[in-house]
Design a protein around this ligand. Structure first.
Ligand SMILES: C[S@@+](CC[C@H](N)C(=O)[O-])C[C@H]1O[C@@H](n2cnc3c(N)ncnc32)[C@H](O)[C@@H]1O
Length: 322
């Protein structure tokens, strides 16, 4: 997946205002801080250099993960989404993804850090559709959300909160979601743990889980020491390759997510759909695939004898329906 041409152009223009060596150093420091993975609730994206290097090395991946989740939701139910609230909106990845998929005319970004808001506004100024995005300059922990929106997104944000605040934020956001809440987290054990807790909380409160779980009824056979993640192949831009000293032109972004319906009416999504849990292994005319349906995990073997399924499965990726 590639970021939109217009966003690539905006990033190129804005990064052109910085010294490339400074950008590279900032990107390196940022990667190190992400690896250290200390979650204190404090942001490490505060300066212009930090945020612009974030937008080069992370925004294409977060954009692609959000876009993939939206595609998965749309595949199951074609929601009419007119308004969006993005919490911890950062450099605005979700706004680019959502406006490509839905006809949204009311967008609000809630972001605590000024440097992040400033950069997202700069990028939005390149795109007619994003010029009227409104901002709430606040910490979600202290903010009372007054308006409801059709779609609410928390992308790569819950893991930045301290543990005790995570479900408090989910509770608050669910109450102002008209149709769908989408939470995206890194595809790590920690990210999946967050998603699992959110799923349990939402299910207990009577909300319907849209994706990735199919026909979720409280059962989940993922063992304690394992986790469930989807993946998307992200095309690297030239500057991304340079800042990361990368030779390969793409990277695989792994993410865990949960899409929750807040509609009072049941969605009537087919409960008997299977989701692929691991990338299918193709060998000597056989495909081994791990699938999940209603929380039950199965290892399946598809041979060439089963022509249609075999052909279909060859094109599938982890996270796809099958
Ligand atoms: C890793 S970035 C993700 C940005 C964007 N959602 C994306 O997917 O690219 C997390 C963002 O959440 C913001 N954030 C973290 N905690 C917050 C809070 N309590 N209130 C508002 N924003 C917060 C940070 O400032 C940062 O911009």
């Amino acid at each position: 997946m590639r970021i939109p041409d217009l966003l690539e152009y905006a990033i190129e223009k804005e990064t052109g205002k910085y010294n490339i060596k400074d950008l590279k150093e900032a990107a390196l420091n940022l990667s190190k801080r992400y690896m250290d993975n200390k979650r204190t609730g404090e942001s490490f994206l505060r300066t212009g250099l930090d945020t612009i290097s974030y937008s080069v090395i992370r925004m294409p991946a977060t954009y692609s993960a959000i876009r993939t989740c939206l595609e998965k939701i749309k595949e199951l139910k074609d929601f009419n989404i007119n308004s969006l609230l993005d919490i911890g909106s950062g450099t605005g990845a979700a706004e680019w993804a959502v406006t490509e998929m839905f006809d949204v005319n009311d967008i609000v970004c809630l972001e605590r850090e000024k440097a992040m808001r400033d950069l997202s506004k700069k990028y939005f100024s390149y795109n007619e559709e994003l010029k009227n995005v409104k901002f709430i300059e606040a910490d979600i922990l202290n903010e009372e959300l007054k308006e409801s929106k059709d779609l609410c997104i928390l992308s790569y944000m819950i893991n930045e909160l301290s543990e005790k605040n995570r479900l408090k934020v989910i509770e608050k956001v669910l109450l102002c979601t008209n149709k769908v809440l989408l939470v995206v987290e890194p595809g790590t054990p920690e990210g999946f743990e967050n998603v699992k807790r959110i799923r349990e909380y939402a299910f207990e409160k009577g909300y319907e889980i849209i994706a990735p779980c199919t026909g979720f009824n409280g059962r989940c056979d993922i063992p304690e020491n394992d986790w469930c993640a989807s993946s998307v192949r992200v095309q690297r831009t030239k500057i991304h390759k340079y800042l990361k000293d990368a030779e390969i032109g793409f990277e695989d972004e792994k993410f865990s997510y949960i899409a929750i319906s807040t509609s009072k009416q049941k969605l009537n999504i087919d409960k008997n759909l299977k989701r692929i849990l691991r990338h299918p292994k193709i060998q000597n005319g056989r495909i081994e695939v791990k699938t999940c349906m209603q929380g039950e995990i199965k290892e399946e073997l598809i041979t060439k004898k089963n022509k249609e399924e075999f052909k279909l499965l060859k094109k599938k990726n982890v996270g796809d329906l099958f």
